[in-house]
Design a protein around this ligand. Structure first.
Ligand code: FE
Length: 218
């Protein structure tokens, strides 16, 4: 079976927001938010069991979706996609607001947000599939939403291993890398093409904020 055919399915990038038992806002990145019916407006979201946010949604039965755009700061993806809300409050470094003074949504460079009430949960093994009704929406900046393809090809970011669509980093040659070196972040898979040695010592990965030492030469 040719699994690369699956790479042709398209996805977006979203921050799923919730809160834990201490009322601390939690969140994580997913690429699977699908509208599955319009009467009522209903979406399905797949979240890895290992994500703290999945456990919080299980208790809360509500969550928000912040729709990321092509202008989303890569640091947001680094924080929400490659760190855990068990360890840090991800919202301390990211502009956000609490919808109805309750659940967090991001406020910078988003295409809008949804507030969703869980109707059904399906344990699909590594992931929990939440089926939820959209009960409130908010407009964003009007910027184009980030597709997973754009994130992969333009930002050159990778999926964390917890993503349903995780694929091992590729070693394909990009045009700018063909004439020079390519360095890859071992944490998030971000590819740097160019003079890596010339970067300042305090340079960090634009996606996950790891230091230069986290990169290897491809
Ligand atoms: Fe990185």
């Amino acid at each position: 079976m040719d699994l690369t055919v699956l790479f042709n399915l398209s996805y977006g990038l979203y921050v799923i927001g919730a809160k834990d038992g201490n009322n601390t806002p939690v969140g994580c990145i997913v690429n699977t938010v699908f509208q599955i019916t319009n009467e009522p407006n209903r979406v399905a979201v797949s979240v890895n069991h290992e994500n703290y946010t999945a456990a919080c949604i299980q208790n809360l039965n509500e969550f928000t979706v912040s729709i990321l755009t092509e202008q989303t700061d890569p640091a947001v993806i680094g924080t929400f996609g490659f760190k855990s809300s068990r360890d840090i409050n991800k919202y301390e470094s990211t502009p956000y607001t609490l919808i109805d003074r309750d659940l967090p949504v991001l406020t910078e460079n988003t295409a809008g947000w949804l507030r969703c009430k869980v109707e059904n949960k399906v344990d699909v093994g590594t992931h929990m599939l939440f089926i939820a009704e959209v009960i409130e929406t908010g407009r964003g900046s009007g910027l184009p939403p980030m597709t997973y393809d754009y994130y992969h090809k333009v930002i050159k970011g990778a999926a964390p291993k917890s993503a349903p669509t995780y694929r091992a980093p590729e070693t394909e040659q990009t045009p700018e890398a063909a004439s020079g070196e390519k360095w890859i972040c071992k944490i998030c898979g971000y590819e740097f093409a160019g003079d890596f040695e010339a970067l300042p010592d305090d340079w960090v990965c634009p996606i996950c904020k790891q230091p230069k030492s986290a990169f290897y030469k491809a």
